[in-house]
Write a protein that binds this ligand. Sequence first.
Ligand SMILES: [Zn+2]
Length: 101
Amino acid sequence: MNPPLVLVLNRLKAKRLYPQEVDGTWMALCPNHYDRHHRGRPTLVVRLSEDGSHVHIFCTKGCHTTLILTRLGLDWDALYTKCWRLKWKEVFSHIRKSHNK
Ligand SMILES: [Zn+2]
């Protein structure tokens, strides 16, 4: 299985957010709001991008993905497979360079 996907699912399991697969998409409890509202109702959608380069993760109740990742102890980097991470580093350094002009 895709390493970033395994990582995300393992974190969800460790936090007892019960990821469940339905046709290649995982539903889990949202780590950002499940304990305060919507208790027990899975709103977090986790799935692999079509090209397999990264993991999509979002809450159908609109929680910011950065907050969700923070709660899971992850960052955006963790969602990308290795070759894509390198690619993004190139893109970001390019953007930074053009900003500093
Ligand atoms: Zn949420």
